[in-house]
Design a protein around this ligand. Structure first.
Ligand code: SF4
Length: 175
């Protein structure tokens, strides 16, 4: 029976998903073994139940993403932090040295070339600090890199699908 796979993009640049796609023709082999039940490449709005493996790119940076990762954790058997933003905060956490007011002022006023002004709606509220995923929910596996190479992602995913623990990642730290 095919396993149910999801991929998620939180506070990241999409580079980890680009690396995922760099598996090229190996994606066809994987498609024989998994059903992609959620991800940026699907048009499914709600994270589904009973997901076997979820790969999560990016850090937890706003209240919407914090709520989302908690729901994902509830509905996923094996949660994988994919890439350094998910594991350490990496690039998005560079804003942690500034206040949210400073960040919004810089982004929407000082650097804006038109329609200057901080939006009052349709933009999720920023957390005061960008956090790695394992500081919010328990993470089962970690795939390092910025981005992790496609070969590494393929190896780790194949091992997980086989029910093995890939040696390149550390298991279960965090809450
Ligand atoms: Fe982008 Fe690197 Fe972060 Fe992946 S780890 S989302 S490639 S900045």
């Amino acid at each position: 029976m095919k396993q149910r796979l999801a991929t998620v993009w939180l506070g990241g640049c999409s580079g980890c998903h680009m690396s995922l796609l760099d598996m090229d023709e190996r994606l066809l082999d994987l498609s024989d073994r998994v059903d992609l039940v959620y991800g940026p490449l699907t048009d499914i709005k709600t994270f589904p139940e009973n997901v076997d493996i979820t790969l999560v790119e990016g850090a937890v940076d706003n209240v919407d993403n914090e709520e989302k990762i908690r729901l994902i954790r509830e509905r996923t058997k094996i949660l994988v932090s994919l890439g350094d933003c998910a594991i350490t905060g990496n690039v998005p956490s560079m804003r942690n040295q500034f206040t949210n007011d400073d960040v919004l002022q810089k982004a929407y006023v000082e650097q804006a070339t038109q329609d200057k002004g901080i939006p009052k709606e349709n933009v999720p509220t920023l957390l005061t600090h960008v956090r790695p995923i394992h500081s919010v929910v328990k993470v089962d596996f970690f795939i390092q890199g910025c981005p992790p190479p496609a070969d590494v992602i393929h190896f780790a995913l194949t091992e997980l699908l086989e029910g093995r623990r890939p040696e390149l990642v550390t298991t279960r730290f965090g809450k």
